[in-house]
Design a protein around this ligand. Sequence first.
Ligand code: PEP
Length: 256
Amino acid sequence: MRTPLVAGNWKMNTTISGAVALAGEVAAGVEHMAAVDVAVYPPFVALQSVARALHGTRTSVGAQNMHFEESGAFTGEVSPNMLDGVVASVILGHSERRHIFGEPDELVARKVRSAFDHGLTPVFCVGEQLAERESGRTEEVVGRQVGFVVDQISPAEAARMIIAYEPVWAIGTGVNATPDQAEDACAFIRDLIDGSFGQEAAGRARVLYGGSVNTGNWDDITRRENVDGALVGGASLDAPDFVRLVEITRDALPAD
Ligand code: PEP
């Protein structure tokens, strides 16, 4: 019912020419896998070149972050207007933005609001830290993060939103959530959308898992009911691995 999405977050990696080459390899590798949506998130400086390279393919390009204002005295920031016509979606509230750069829930929620106001699809990231999971607070933390955004959006926007459940302890660590942990958290997020906006929105919103996804662990996770794809960091920098993740996602889809 929901088309899965495999999204590659390249973080602060690649040069402009390296990004174009990587994007080209990905696009060629996934072109025939129509059952899965594919998106890549290069660094800002490579967005235009990658967007040009991907034009006419079924791989889309998005930004890794943005400011919520359209313009102003915000040195080093990128506004939604600057992304207009270049990207279709934007990652917001990634754990590295929250925990390295100190972005609070209120700020992330304003960014999500701004993305919708500017015709961009937010890939809104949530997830608990290790101590929070170990003290049984995963749902409290994820519930709070989602709660800030739910207050800012309409049911139609909730249906279009992409939410990435990314436990902080699994990002870039090589330790992935178990399929049960991923499914439970993704189902919990869908229940939150259901509680705020009803079944229709909850049935359409895509909930991704992210955190040390690789070609060895993804098959078991993608088969879970409430996991609608992956947000991939490290493994997205290797074109054959990333293409393989898309293939695993496609092969796990139920037969019609
Ligand atoms: C990410 O950056 O969103 C991520 C999940 O990274 P990794 O796959 O490297 O854990």
